[in-house]
Design a protein around this ligand. Sequence first.
Ligand code: C5P
Length: 276
Amino acid sequence: MHPAPLRRIPAEPEGTDSGQDARTGRPHPHNLLENAIGKNDLGKTDPREKLIVALDVSTVVAAQRIISLLGDSVLTYKVGVQLYTAQGPQLVRDLIASGRRVFLDLKYHDIPNTVASAVNEAAQLGVSMLTVHAAGGGRMLRAAADAAHAINPRLHVLAVTVLTSLDEKDLEKIGVRGTVLDEVLRLSALALAGGCNGVVASAREASHLRAELGVSFDIVTPGVRPIGTGHGDQVRVVTPAEAIVAGASHIVVGRPITEAPDPAAEARAILSQISS
Ligand code: C5P
């Protein structure tokens, strides 16, 4: 059975179109702009602007269940390699058409031309944020940023620096000398010089990044655990409030919300902890 269409979030006016150009089937340019993170009518103080929920499931039905339970408490969903590989771009289109924003976390890493082409497609889907690997190098980062911003100047291109699953011994084995923090700072500087809008980094690195590289870029932080919830397979965890105080602009939360007995209540609890 084909799953029912996603219900629009209540904030979205009823009776508007699907958000797509009838001729091309692609999002209208105005929708691309409205979907940009942190720049809409809600203003920067709405804590929902800082919360991204990871949809780490394999089916549309499972994703829709989470989305409908969360209702208007969540504006932005992260679609990563698991869900995208299983279900493809249609779920991304449906999320955007229903008024949500999508952070497409596919961590592109290839030659500049190939990454630029993939980013072009992602931008035309109407996603608000996407990831590339900073280790792809300066030319790849510039190609990604230029391709994204040619379609949507507000699309946030984020560079993944050092995966939090890697430690210094792992880095040494792939030929990287020095500390994880040094490498994160080096790759972040490269990404920002290449026109990227921010980085994905642990909260542990966020304060150093702010001190070294300034305030006007995104630091998107996974590995966040509200007080009293299990850690799962995350090792270096921080609370939502600690991540924001450390300098994160956005927190990514998966299982603590999606596997909670009452996901909406858990999301609201986190939102109250990061309200400023
Ligand atoms: O369920 P949990 O809150 O651990 O989910 C965190 C999300 O952030 C997952 O989608 C995971 O892939 C992602 N992530 C991470 N660590 C990174 C980069 C991404 O946990 N370094």
